[in-house]
Write a protein that binds this ligand. Sequence first.
Ligand SMILES: Cc1cc2nc3c(=O)[nH]c(=O)nc-3n(C[C@H](O)[C@H](O)[C@H](O)COP(=O)(O)OP(=O)(O)OC[C@H]3O[C@@H](n4cnc5c(N)ncnc54)[C@H](O)[C@@H]3O)c2cc1C
Length: 467
Amino acid sequence: MISKVKKTKPHGVARVGTSPVGVEGSPLRNGTPPVGMDGLIVRAEGSSAPWAIKARDPLVRAGSSSARGESLPVQVVGASVAGLFTACLLARRGVAVDVLERTDRLEPMPRTLIVTNRMRQILGTLGEACVTNEIRNFELFTDGRVASVTLDQPDLVIERAALIRSLADSAQNFGANLVFGRRFQRLAGGGKGLTVQYENCEDGSQEERRTGAVVGGDGAASRVARAAGWPAQATASLIQAVVALPSDLAAHTVRVWFVPQDTPYFYWLIPCNEHEGVLGLIGEAGAEARVSLERFLARKGFAARRFEGGRVPIYSGWVNVEKRLGAGRVFLVGDAAAQVKVTTVGGVVTGLRGAVGVAESIVSGRGGELRGLRRELDAHLWVRRALHHFTQPDYSRLVDLLNAPARRALSRQSRDQALSVLWRLCWSEPRLFLLGLRGLLMRNGTPPVTPSRSREAAAVAVATPGD
Ligand SMILES: Cc1cc2nc3c(=O)[nH]c(=O)nc-3n(C[C@H](O)[C@H](O)[C@H](O)COP(=O)(O)OP(=O)(O)OC[C@H]3O[C@@H](n4cnc5c(N)ncnc54)[C@H](O)[C@@H]3O)c2cc1C
């Protein structure tokens, strides 16, 4: 129920970070590109000034938001990885942006994540502050067997809270407004755009904001998605324990265990630094995942220092990222759009790519990055389908079949090139193709993810957790 409706000015601002650059003095507006984000993909092609917005940009045409300093900023819901990066990209292109976040300040939960080197290509120096370790080797264990894979390009171990802080700082430097303590409630199309309703979390009052475009970066249980008519999505439970690294594990090596009698998924141990790591698993249900993890920790002689956990969506098919409501546009990005690789349930790099795609769509009406992202997510879905019903003998055979050429294929290609990895693996060892085919046929036509029956279905990975 709406208790009280306040109409607010669009720029109710709370700043984070230390940068003195505000909206009016945004680097975009004085023409000086800020430091960082040097590797950003989105550019104004054909423009001499890459930060200039083009006259044919739809939002400028619609008059809903523009570099001319008009009101009605784009509203990004959720100040986390995907939402903040979308805000950076839009603000950098001269689009006025408000980021509305339900928490009362920027205090993201710390979480150790592993991502591919692609994060560096997308974020440039902006992401460096959050990198705590680089991974050069993977050890894959199953039933007393082990296969080692050395990476040509290291994976990155990152601290999520540090990444979110960097993105928030950068978004503000480009001129985005961060507004905390605002919980998205609902939206409606009408007139020339959208009316969006937020709860002010401090006093419970309601406020309305008008805009031409809303971007839902509000995570797996996205309210923006529900409000605009997207269906709910299946999620998996990820839980990991912070543990001391065992003395026989080098800080640049990740261990993965396939133990199908415990879980159809896998366990991982990722070193955060020379002393600590996170040992976790993807579970079908949160409580069961915790029990399995504790049993595994005990079996391997680890003591949990603390636990980190949460729910991640399971990609079961491409989610169109845009809906039109009257004259307004609603977009989804990151976990809200299930932009997660289902082999590994890694959503950081794919969420960043989704942000690039949504920013491209808003600014220029093109979505080239989204097409590539869709192909990638679909390839991961096929791998997961093949692996989902693997038994212990299947995993043993998989590890045995990882011969030298197959391992080289895994070394050279990152998990962001799933199709290429699959092709090279099957080329180097055709029996891997047959094994995968058998995995697909074992499904007996049952889809691996059935949201109505199993909201907590999860993923299997051939290589690593996370990204
Ligand atoms: C334990 C664990 C380990 C993981 N490991 C990895 C890994 O190794 N590698 C990897 O790539 N990925 C990993 N992931 C997945 C990854 O963390 C997510 O895919 C990614 O963080 C999603 O980012 P996001 O910005 O889309 O959403 P979120 O990070 O979920 O952010 C959503 C934001 O929206 C806000 N919000 C929600 N509702 C509202 C509302 N109504 N109004 C306003 N604001 C709202 C929230 O407060 C939050 O700030 C892991 C996840 C977990 C739980």
